[in-house]
Write a protein of this length. Structure first.
Length: 160
């Protein structure tokens, strides 16, 4: 089961948001929360709030639908920042001119999933190591190319 949370029209460029999202992608929720709490970027508190919202969505849906979701097994499956609309602005420039610039916005989405529970094999209970087949490939011997000796030419004698 996957749980999502979205924040739309966030006043940050998507490139800056992706820097923070790359830090938490693939991590467990607890580690991601700690990372965001100590990340020194302006967008980190907004992403932290969004991650907490995704965890609460998972908690609510598990209670509402009767799913057995362990919040300790959740991890950040996907975290993306797409581009939102741009606000076009004008800055005064010298000699009566004007420079145009854009204020960017981002749509941030965080997707959580539950890690699969480890499958217990019969060997794990006894403590024995699972049997592995030893497959060996025949060794291929590489023959080095022979270098040819450079022929030295005798220096030409000058005539008198």
């Amino acid at each position: 089961m996957e749980f999502t949370a979205k924040a739309r029209f966030v006043r940050v460029s998507p490139q800056k948001a992706r820097l923070v999202l790359a830090l938490i992608k693939g991590k467990r929720v607890e580690a991601a929360l700690n990372t965001l709490a100590f990340t020194n970027k302006g967008i980190a508190p907004a992403v932290l709030k969004l991650l907490r919202s995704a965890v609460e969505n998972a908690n609510y849906l598990s209670a509402e639908k009767g799913l057995d979701v362990e919040l300790d097994n959740l991890y950040v499956k996907n975290a993306i920042a797409n581009e939102g609309p741009r606000m076009k602005r004008i800055r005064p420039a010298p000699m009566g001119r004007a420079y145009r610039y854009q204020r960017r916005m981002a749509h941030i989405e965080i997707e959580l999933a539950e890690k699969n529970k480890a499958i217990v094999s019969p060997d794990a209970e006894t403590g024995a190591a699972p049997a592995k087949k030893a497959v060996r490939k025949p060794a291929v011997k590489k023959v080095a190319a022979k270098k040819t000796a450079a022929k030295k030419t005798a220096p030409k004698k000058a005539k008198k």
